[in-house]
Design a protein around this ligand. Structure first.
Ligand SMILES: [Zn+2]
Length: 110
């Protein structure tokens, strides 16, 4: 599940970058934005390129591309996650991460 954790961290950084950019539009200082972008680039380089592409695609579509599974359901779309996926912690298509069959978001288990 290490890849999922990396993607979740990447998402956290993306959220922060997005907030900074919004602040910039409002006329606030963007101090720290460069540091965030450096950290993002570093982290992105550690993620498998196929997964990174999947993440980028989802991030364009959804506010949150990586979501937790709560009470066996995807928090993004509320669909139940099959037991097989919950047990293995991975699925056949992506190998190292679990995606929601309904919305396609990357899932992590809490
Ligand atoms: Zn879903």
């Amino acid at each position: 599940m290490a890849e999922t954790q990396r993607l979740a961290a990447l998402q956290d950084i993306d959220v922060m970058i997005r907030e900074r950019k919004n602040e910039e539009e409002l006329g606030f200082s963007t101090e720290g934005l460069e540091t965030l972008e450096e950290a993002r680039a570093k982290l992105a380089a550690e993620v498998d390129s196929r997964l990174l592409r999947l993440y980028e695609r989802l991030a364009k579509r959804y506010d949150r591309a990586v979501v937790p599974v709560v009470e066996h359901r995807c928090v993004g779309c509320s669909m139940a996650v099959p037991t097989s996926k919950r047990k293995s912690g991975e699925d056949r298509r992506t190998k190292s991460v679990v995606t929601c069959e309904s919305c396609g978001r990357i899932l992590f288990f809490v």
